[in-house]
Ligand binder design. Structure first.
Ligand code: NIG
Length: 425
Protein backbone atom coordinates (compact mmCIF):
# COMPACT_ATOMS: atom_id res chain seq x y z
CA UNK A 1 0.00 0.00 0.00
CA UNK A 2 1.50 3.38 -0.99
CA UNK A 3 0.57 6.61 0.76
CA UNK A 4 0.85 10.25 -0.27
CA UNK A 5 0.74 13.23 2.07
CA UNK A 6 -0.45 16.45 0.50
CA UNK A 7 0.47 19.27 2.81
CA UNK A 8 0.79 23.05 2.77
CA UNK A 9 -2.96 23.41 2.14
CA UNK A 10 -4.19 26.86 3.13
CA UNK A 11 -7.87 25.94 2.90
CA UNK A 12 -9.19 22.39 2.60
CA UNK A 13 -12.85 21.92 1.64
CA UNK A 14 -13.61 18.37 2.75
CA UNK A 15 -17.40 18.82 2.57
CA UNK A 16 -17.38 15.60 4.61
CA UNK A 17 -20.98 14.28 4.74
CA UNK A 18 -20.38 13.09 8.32
CA UNK A 19 -20.07 16.78 9.32
CA UNK A 20 -23.23 18.05 7.61
CA UNK A 21 -25.51 20.43 9.47
CA UNK A 22 -29.10 19.39 8.67
CA UNK A 23 -30.17 22.99 9.32
CA UNK A 24 -27.94 24.19 6.44
CA UNK A 25 -28.24 21.49 3.79
CA UNK A 26 -27.02 23.64 0.90
CA UNK A 27 -23.77 25.11 2.25
CA UNK A 28 -20.75 24.10 4.31
CA UNK A 29 -20.15 23.98 8.05
CA UNK A 30 -17.00 25.39 9.68
CA UNK A 31 -15.80 21.84 10.34
CA UNK A 32 -16.00 21.04 6.63
CA UNK A 33 -13.41 23.72 5.75
CA UNK A 34 -9.99 23.26 7.41
CA UNK A 35 -7.14 25.82 7.49
CA UNK A 36 -3.41 24.98 7.34
CA UNK A 37 -4.36 21.43 6.56
CA UNK A 38 -3.11 18.22 5.02
CA UNK A 39 -4.56 15.12 3.36
CA UNK A 40 -3.25 11.57 3.30
CA UNK A 41 -4.16 9.37 0.34
CA UNK A 42 -3.83 5.59 0.54
CA UNK A 43 -4.59 3.35 -2.40
CA UNK A 44 -6.54 6.01 -4.21
CA UNK A 45 -8.82 7.00 -1.34
CA UNK A 46 -8.77 9.61 1.42
CA UNK A 47 -7.20 8.06 4.53
CA UNK A 48 -6.73 11.13 6.75
CA UNK A 49 -7.45 14.87 6.80
CA UNK A 50 -6.56 17.36 9.52
CA UNK A 51 -4.14 20.06 10.65
CA UNK A 52 -0.85 19.93 8.72
CA UNK A 53 1.07 20.07 12.02
CA UNK A 54 -0.51 16.75 13.07
CA UNK A 55 -0.20 14.90 9.78
CA UNK A 56 1.12 11.32 9.86
CA UNK A 57 4.12 10.40 7.74
CA UNK A 58 3.66 8.93 4.26
CA UNK A 59 5.71 7.36 1.46
CA UNK A 60 5.55 10.51 -0.63
CA UNK A 61 5.07 14.16 0.36
CA UNK A 62 3.66 16.87 -1.93
CA UNK A 63 3.69 20.46 -0.66
CA UNK A 64 1.10 22.65 -2.40
CA UNK A 65 2.63 25.76 -0.83
CA UNK A 66 -0.35 27.59 0.59
CA UNK A 67 -2.96 26.72 -2.02
CA UNK A 68 -6.63 25.86 -1.54
CA UNK A 69 -7.82 22.30 -2.18
CA UNK A 70 -11.38 21.26 -3.09
CA UNK A 71 -12.99 17.97 -4.03
CA UNK A 72 -12.81 17.58 -7.83
CA UNK A 73 -15.89 18.83 -9.64
CA UNK A 74 -18.69 16.33 -10.23
CA UNK A 75 -20.18 17.21 -13.62
CA UNK A 76 -23.50 15.35 -13.75
CA UNK A 77 -24.68 16.55 -17.19
CA UNK A 78 -22.74 16.55 -20.46
CA UNK A 79 -23.22 15.44 -24.07
CA UNK A 80 -19.72 14.60 -25.28
CA UNK A 81 -20.43 12.01 -28.00
CA UNK A 82 -20.69 14.19 -31.06
CA UNK A 83 -18.95 15.33 -34.20
CA UNK A 84 -19.47 18.57 -36.12
CA UNK A 85 -19.55 22.23 -35.34
CA UNK A 86 -22.41 24.63 -34.61
CA UNK A 87 -20.49 27.87 -34.25
CA UNK A 88 -22.59 29.49 -36.99
CA UNK A 89 -25.79 28.66 -35.11
CA UNK A 90 -24.27 30.15 -31.96
CA UNK A 91 -23.21 33.29 -33.81
CA UNK A 92 -26.71 33.72 -35.25
CA UNK A 93 -28.11 33.36 -31.74
CA UNK A 94 -25.82 36.10 -30.48
CA UNK A 95 -27.23 38.22 -33.33
CA UNK A 96 -30.78 37.68 -32.10
CA UNK A 97 -31.98 34.21 -33.20
CA UNK A 98 -33.49 32.09 -30.45
CA UNK A 99 -32.50 28.53 -29.56
CA UNK A 100 -34.71 25.64 -30.66
CA UNK A 101 -34.30 21.88 -30.31
CA UNK A 102 -33.86 21.52 -34.10
CA UNK A 103 -30.10 22.10 -34.01
CA UNK A 104 -29.71 18.65 -32.44
CA UNK A 105 -30.49 17.24 -35.92
CA UNK A 106 -27.43 19.00 -37.40
CA UNK A 107 -25.13 17.36 -34.86
CA UNK A 108 -26.89 14.02 -35.33
CA UNK A 109 -26.09 14.00 -39.05
CA UNK A 110 -22.41 14.76 -38.40
CA UNK A 111 -22.17 12.21 -35.59
CA UNK A 112 -23.73 9.39 -37.57
CA UNK A 113 -21.15 9.80 -40.31
CA UNK A 114 -18.12 9.83 -37.96
CA UNK A 115 -16.04 6.66 -37.70
CA UNK A 116 -15.89 4.82 -34.36
CA UNK A 117 -12.22 5.71 -33.94
CA UNK A 118 -12.77 9.38 -34.69
CA UNK A 119 -15.71 9.60 -32.28
CA UNK A 120 -13.71 7.90 -29.53
CA UNK A 121 -10.81 10.30 -29.98
CA UNK A 122 -13.18 13.29 -29.90
CA UNK A 123 -14.76 12.09 -26.65
CA UNK A 124 -11.36 11.38 -25.12
CA UNK A 125 -10.19 14.90 -26.03
CA UNK A 126 -13.26 16.42 -24.38
CA UNK A 127 -12.79 14.35 -21.22
CA UNK A 128 -9.16 15.54 -21.07
CA UNK A 129 -10.36 19.16 -21.31
CA UNK A 130 -12.82 18.59 -18.48
CA UNK A 131 -10.20 16.98 -16.24
CA UNK A 132 -7.75 19.81 -16.94
CA UNK A 133 -10.39 22.16 -15.51
CA UNK A 134 -10.77 20.22 -12.27
CA UNK A 135 -13.56 17.79 -13.17
CA UNK A 136 -12.92 14.35 -11.71
CA UNK A 137 -16.36 12.75 -12.00
CA UNK A 138 -18.17 12.99 -15.30
CA UNK A 139 -21.50 11.82 -16.68
CA UNK A 140 -22.15 11.89 -20.40
CA UNK A 141 -24.99 10.95 -22.71
CA UNK A 142 -25.84 9.39 -26.02
CA UNK A 143 -28.40 11.39 -28.00
CA UNK A 144 -26.78 12.36 -31.28
CA UNK A 145 -27.28 8.95 -32.93
CA UNK A 146 -31.06 8.49 -32.78
CA UNK A 147 -31.07 5.10 -34.53
CA UNK A 148 -30.74 1.73 -32.82
CA UNK A 149 -27.33 1.28 -34.43
CA UNK A 150 -25.95 4.72 -33.60
CA UNK A 151 -27.35 5.00 -30.09
CA UNK A 152 -26.00 1.54 -29.27
CA UNK A 153 -22.62 2.51 -30.73
CA UNK A 154 -22.49 5.64 -28.58
CA UNK A 155 -23.52 3.73 -25.46
CA UNK A 156 -20.92 1.02 -26.09
CA UNK A 157 -18.28 3.72 -26.53
CA UNK A 158 -19.27 5.23 -23.16
CA UNK A 159 -19.28 1.89 -21.37
CA UNK A 160 -15.79 1.16 -22.74
CA UNK A 161 -14.61 4.48 -21.26
CA UNK A 162 -16.19 3.58 -17.92
CA UNK A 163 -14.48 0.19 -18.01
CA UNK A 164 -11.11 1.89 -18.60
CA UNK A 165 -11.73 4.31 -15.73
CA UNK A 166 -11.84 7.40 -17.96
CA UNK A 167 -15.55 8.16 -17.42
CA UNK A 168 -17.92 7.64 -14.51
CA UNK A 169 -21.54 7.54 -15.63
CA UNK A 170 -23.37 6.95 -18.93
CA UNK A 171 -26.90 7.95 -19.91
CA UNK A 172 -29.19 6.90 -22.79
CA UNK A 173 -30.80 9.91 -24.47
CA UNK A 174 -32.48 8.38 -27.51
CA UNK A 175 -35.38 10.73 -26.71
CA UNK A 176 -33.34 13.84 -27.51
CA UNK A 177 -35.12 14.79 -30.74
CA UNK A 178 -37.46 13.04 -33.16
CA UNK A 179 -35.14 12.38 -36.12
CA UNK A 180 -36.08 13.75 -39.53
CA UNK A 181 -36.90 10.30 -40.94
CA UNK A 182 -39.79 10.05 -38.42
CA UNK A 183 -41.64 13.10 -39.79
CA UNK A 184 -44.91 11.21 -40.36
CA UNK A 185 -45.16 12.42 -43.95
CA UNK A 186 -45.81 10.39 -47.12
CA UNK A 187 -46.30 7.16 -45.23
CA UNK A 188 -43.19 7.59 -43.08
CA UNK A 189 -43.43 6.82 -39.36
CA UNK A 190 -44.06 9.69 -36.93
CA UNK A 191 -43.25 10.68 -33.39
CA UNK A 192 -45.33 7.93 -31.76
CA UNK A 193 -43.46 5.27 -33.71
CA UNK A 194 -40.16 6.88 -32.68
CA UNK A 195 -41.18 6.81 -29.01
CA UNK A 196 -42.05 3.12 -29.44
CA UNK A 197 -38.63 2.50 -30.96
CA UNK A 198 -36.79 4.37 -28.19
CA UNK A 199 -38.70 2.55 -25.44
CA UNK A 200 -38.44 -0.81 -27.17
CA UNK A 201 -35.66 -1.99 -29.45
CA UNK A 202 -33.33 0.98 -28.89
CA UNK A 203 -33.58 0.75 -25.10
CA UNK A 204 -32.96 -2.99 -25.24
CA UNK A 205 -29.77 -2.44 -27.25
CA UNK A 206 -28.46 0.40 -25.09
CA UNK A 207 -29.51 -0.64 -21.56
CA UNK A 208 -26.63 -3.06 -20.92
CA UNK A 209 -24.17 -0.18 -21.42
CA UNK A 210 -25.71 2.56 -19.27
CA UNK A 211 -27.01 3.27 -15.76
CA UNK A 212 -29.41 6.10 -16.71
CA UNK A 213 -32.17 7.06 -19.15
CA UNK A 214 -32.93 10.70 -19.97
CA UNK A 215 -35.54 12.54 -22.07
CA UNK A 216 -35.73 16.05 -23.52
CA UNK A 217 -39.22 16.95 -22.33
CA UNK A 218 -39.84 20.17 -24.25
CA UNK A 219 -41.87 21.70 -27.03
CA UNK A 220 -40.18 20.62 -30.27
CA UNK A 221 -38.88 17.43 -28.65
CA UNK A 222 -41.09 15.15 -26.48
CA UNK A 223 -44.25 16.02 -24.55
CA UNK A 224 -44.80 14.77 -20.97
CA UNK A 225 -46.85 11.76 -22.08
CA UNK A 226 -44.20 10.63 -24.57
CA UNK A 227 -41.42 11.41 -22.09
CA UNK A 228 -43.22 9.40 -19.41
CA UNK A 229 -43.44 6.38 -21.71
CA UNK A 230 -39.69 6.44 -22.34
CA UNK A 231 -38.87 6.94 -18.66
CA UNK A 232 -41.19 4.18 -17.46
CA UNK A 233 -39.70 1.77 -19.99
CA UNK A 234 -36.21 2.77 -18.81
CA UNK A 235 -37.17 2.21 -15.18
CA UNK A 236 -38.59 -1.21 -16.07
CA UNK A 237 -35.20 -2.01 -17.64
CA UNK A 238 -33.51 -1.11 -14.33
CA UNK A 239 -32.21 2.33 -15.33
CA UNK A 240 -32.31 5.45 -13.17
CA UNK A 241 -34.23 8.44 -14.51
CA UNK A 242 -33.03 11.88 -15.56
CA UNK A 243 -35.03 14.60 -17.34
CA UNK A 244 -34.19 17.68 -19.38
CA UNK A 245 -37.06 19.80 -18.10
CA UNK A 246 -38.45 23.34 -18.28
CA UNK A 247 -35.55 24.64 -20.37
CA UNK A 248 -37.52 26.59 -22.96
CA UNK A 249 -40.84 26.89 -21.17
CA UNK A 250 -43.03 25.20 -18.54
CA UNK A 251 -42.74 21.90 -20.36
CA UNK A 252 -44.09 19.67 -17.60
CA UNK A 253 -40.66 18.04 -17.29
CA UNK A 254 -40.16 19.11 -13.69
CA UNK A 255 -43.53 17.77 -12.56
CA UNK A 256 -42.91 14.52 -14.43
CA UNK A 257 -39.44 14.09 -12.92
CA UNK A 258 -40.73 14.66 -9.39
CA UNK A 259 -43.68 12.33 -9.94
CA UNK A 260 -41.58 9.48 -11.33
CA UNK A 261 -38.81 9.85 -8.75
CA UNK A 262 -36.12 10.90 -11.23
CA UNK A 263 -32.67 11.39 -9.72
CA UNK A 264 -32.34 14.74 -11.46
CA UNK A 265 -34.20 17.27 -13.55
CA UNK A 266 -31.86 19.52 -15.45
CA UNK A 267 -32.12 23.06 -16.88
CA UNK A 268 -35.15 24.20 -14.76
CA UNK A 269 -35.17 27.72 -16.22
CA UNK A 270 -38.93 28.22 -16.30
CA UNK A 271 -40.44 27.33 -12.94
CA UNK A 272 -43.73 28.28 -11.35
CA UNK A 273 -44.07 28.19 -7.57
CA UNK A 274 -45.68 24.74 -7.88
CA UNK A 275 -42.59 23.40 -9.67
CA UNK A 276 -40.26 24.72 -6.97
CA UNK A 277 -42.53 23.21 -4.30
CA UNK A 278 -42.69 19.88 -6.12
CA UNK A 279 -38.88 19.67 -6.19
CA UNK A 280 -38.51 20.80 -2.58
CA UNK A 281 -41.05 18.17 -1.52
CA UNK A 282 -38.79 15.43 -2.90
CA UNK A 283 -35.81 16.58 -0.78
CA UNK A 284 -36.96 14.47 2.16
CA UNK A 285 -37.21 11.26 0.12
CA UNK A 286 -34.64 8.92 1.66
CA UNK A 287 -31.86 7.48 -0.44
CA UNK A 288 -31.19 3.74 -0.46
CA UNK A 289 -27.94 1.81 -0.67
CA UNK A 290 -26.92 0.55 -4.07
CA UNK A 291 -25.44 -2.65 -5.36
CA UNK A 292 -21.79 -1.69 -4.74
CA UNK A 293 -19.85 0.51 -2.32
CA UNK A 294 -20.03 4.23 -3.06
CA UNK A 295 -23.18 3.93 -5.15
CA UNK A 296 -26.79 4.57 -4.15
CA UNK A 297 -29.89 2.93 -5.61
CA UNK A 298 -31.07 4.86 -8.69
CA UNK A 299 -34.77 4.68 -7.78
CA UNK A 300 -34.78 6.33 -4.34
CA UNK A 301 -33.92 9.77 -2.99
CA UNK A 302 -34.59 13.38 -3.97
CA UNK A 303 -35.08 14.73 -7.45
CA UNK A 304 -32.09 17.06 -7.67
CA UNK A 305 -32.61 20.37 -9.48
CA UNK A 306 -29.56 20.65 -11.73
CA UNK A 307 -28.83 24.13 -13.00
CA UNK A 308 -26.63 24.72 -16.04
CA UNK A 309 -25.30 28.28 -15.84
CA UNK A 310 -23.07 28.12 -18.95
CA UNK A 311 -26.02 26.93 -21.02
CA UNK A 312 -28.21 29.74 -19.69
CA UNK A 313 -25.59 32.29 -20.76
CA UNK A 314 -24.94 30.65 -24.15
CA UNK A 315 -28.63 30.61 -25.01
CA UNK A 316 -29.37 33.95 -23.36
CA UNK A 317 -32.05 32.19 -21.34
CA UNK A 318 -33.34 33.46 -18.03
CA UNK A 319 -30.97 32.07 -15.41
CA UNK A 320 -32.39 29.09 -13.54
CA UNK A 321 -33.65 30.22 -10.11
CA UNK A 322 -30.97 28.46 -8.09
CA UNK A 323 -31.35 30.82 -5.13
CA UNK A 324 -35.09 30.25 -4.94
CA UNK A 325 -34.67 26.48 -5.26
CA UNK A 326 -32.16 26.35 -2.40
CA UNK A 327 -34.23 28.67 -0.23
CA UNK A 328 -37.25 26.43 -0.78
CA UNK A 329 -35.22 23.41 0.37
CA UNK A 330 -34.66 21.67 -2.97
CA UNK A 331 -31.47 19.65 -3.55
CA UNK A 332 -29.28 21.56 -6.02
CA UNK A 333 -26.53 20.59 -8.45
CA UNK A 334 -24.49 22.63 -10.91
CA UNK A 335 -23.32 20.98 -14.14
CA UNK A 336 -21.67 22.09 -17.39
CA UNK A 337 -24.06 20.61 -19.99
CA UNK A 338 -21.08 20.57 -22.35
CA UNK A 339 -22.56 20.09 -25.84
CA UNK A 340 -22.12 21.65 -29.28
CA UNK A 341 -25.45 23.49 -29.32
CA UNK A 342 -26.21 25.25 -26.09
CA UNK A 343 -23.09 25.11 -23.91
CA UNK A 344 -19.78 24.32 -25.56
CA UNK A 345 -17.73 24.37 -22.39
CA UNK A 346 -16.88 21.78 -19.76
CA UNK A 347 -15.53 24.42 -17.37
CA UNK A 348 -17.18 23.73 -14.04
CA UNK A 349 -15.12 26.55 -12.54
CA UNK A 350 -16.85 28.95 -14.95
CA UNK A 351 -20.22 27.51 -13.93
CA UNK A 352 -19.42 27.97 -10.24
CA UNK A 353 -18.23 31.53 -10.85
CA UNK A 354 -21.45 32.31 -12.70
CA UNK A 355 -23.57 30.71 -9.98
CA UNK A 356 -21.96 33.02 -7.41
CA UNK A 357 -21.87 36.20 -9.48
CA UNK A 358 -25.16 35.87 -11.32
CA UNK A 359 -27.34 33.31 -9.52
CA UNK A 360 -26.66 34.77 -6.07
CA UNK A 361 -25.36 31.61 -4.43
CA UNK A 362 -22.71 31.91 -1.75
CA UNK A 363 -19.37 30.35 -2.62
CA UNK A 364 -20.05 27.47 -0.22
CA UNK A 365 -23.43 26.79 -1.82
CA UNK A 366 -21.98 26.84 -5.33
CA UNK A 367 -19.03 24.60 -4.38
CA UNK A 368 -21.31 22.13 -2.73
CA UNK A 369 -23.76 22.08 -5.67
CA UNK A 370 -20.86 21.42 -8.09
CA UNK A 371 -19.47 18.56 -5.98
CA UNK A 372 -21.86 16.94 -3.48
CA UNK A 373 -24.89 18.12 -5.49
CA UNK A 374 -23.65 16.45 -8.66
CA UNK A 375 -22.78 13.31 -6.72
CA UNK A 376 -26.33 13.12 -5.31
CA UNK A 377 -27.75 13.67 -8.80
CA UNK A 378 -25.69 10.65 -9.89
CA UNK A 379 -26.49 8.72 -6.71
CA UNK A 380 -22.81 8.48 -5.76
CA UNK A 381 -21.40 8.71 -2.25
CA UNK A 382 -17.76 7.97 -3.11
CA UNK A 383 -17.12 11.28 -4.89
CA UNK A 384 -17.86 14.98 -4.39
CA UNK A 385 -16.25 15.20 -0.95
CA UNK A 386 -13.00 14.46 0.85
CA UNK A 387 -14.32 12.51 3.83
CA UNK A 388 -12.42 9.40 4.92
CA UNK A 389 -12.87 6.61 2.36
CA UNK A 390 -13.86 8.92 -0.49
CA UNK A 391 -12.14 8.60 -3.85
CA UNK A 392 -9.06 10.81 -3.68
CA UNK A 393 -10.23 13.35 -6.26
CA UNK A 394 -8.65 16.72 -5.51
CA UNK A 395 -8.70 20.07 -7.25
CA UNK A 396 -5.75 22.22 -6.16
CA UNK A 397 -6.35 25.89 -6.90
CA UNK A 398 -3.63 28.36 -7.70
CA UNK A 399 -5.08 30.58 -4.99
CA UNK A 400 -5.02 30.67 -1.20
CA UNK A 401 -8.80 30.45 -0.90
CA UNK A 402 -11.64 29.10 -3.01
CA UNK A 403 -13.43 32.46 -3.07
CA UNK A 404 -10.84 33.40 -5.72
CA UNK A 405 -12.94 31.38 -8.18
CA UNK A 406 -15.52 34.17 -8.08
CA UNK A 407 -13.20 37.02 -7.07
CA UNK A 408 -10.93 36.42 -10.09
CA UNK A 409 -13.45 35.32 -12.75
CA UNK A 410 -11.99 33.66 -15.82
CA UNK A 411 -8.46 33.33 -14.42
CA UNK A 412 -6.68 29.97 -14.86
CA UNK A 413 -6.91 28.86 -11.23
CA UNK A 414 -6.59 25.08 -11.66
CA UNK A 415 -3.09 24.19 -10.41
CA UNK A 416 -3.31 20.39 -10.06
CA UNK A 417 -5.96 17.72 -10.42
CA UNK A 418 -5.79 14.36 -8.65
CA UNK A 419 -8.15 11.54 -9.60
CA UNK A 420 -8.25 8.34 -7.54
CA UNK A 421 -5.04 9.49 -5.88
CA UNK A 422 -3.15 9.93 -9.15
CA UNK A 423 -2.14 13.35 -10.37
CA UNK A 424 -3.74 13.74 -13.79
CA UNK A 425 -3.32 17.42 -14.55
O1 NIG B 1 -29.06 20.04 -22.76
N1 NIG B 1 -31.65 20.47 -24.37
C1 NIG B 1 -31.34 19.49 -24.95
N2 NIG B 1 -30.08 19.03 -25.16
C2 NIG B 1 -28.93 19.88 -25.07
C3 NIG B 1 -28.77 20.70 -26.29
C4 NIG B 1 -28.34 19.88 -27.39
C5 NIG B 1 -28.08 20.61 -28.66
O2 NIG B 1 -28.63 21.69 -28.93
O3 NIG B 1 -27.31 20.02 -29.41
C6 NIG B 1 -29.00 20.70 -23.82
O4 NIG B 1 -29.01 21.93 -23.84
Amino acid sequence: MTSTLITGISELWTLDPALDDPARPGGATEEQVLRDAAVVIEDGTIAWTGPAAEAPSADEVVDVEGRAVLPGWVDSHSHLVFDGDRAAEFEARMAGESYSAGGIGVTTAATRSASDEHLLSLVRGRIAEAVAGGTTTLETKTGYGLTVEHETRAAALLSSLIASGELDEATFLGAHLVPAEFDGREGRPGVEEYVDLVSGEMLAGVAPHVRWVDVFCEEGAFDPEQSGRVLRAGAAAGLGLRVHGNQLGRSGGVALAAELGAASVDHVNHLAAADVEALAATASRPTATGDRPGVLAVDAGPTVATVLPACDLSTRAPLAPARELLDAGAALAIASNCNPGTSYTSSMSFCVTTAVLQMHLTLAEALRAATRGGALALRRTDVGHLGIGARADLHVLDAPAAIHLAYRPGMPLTHQVWRSGIRSA
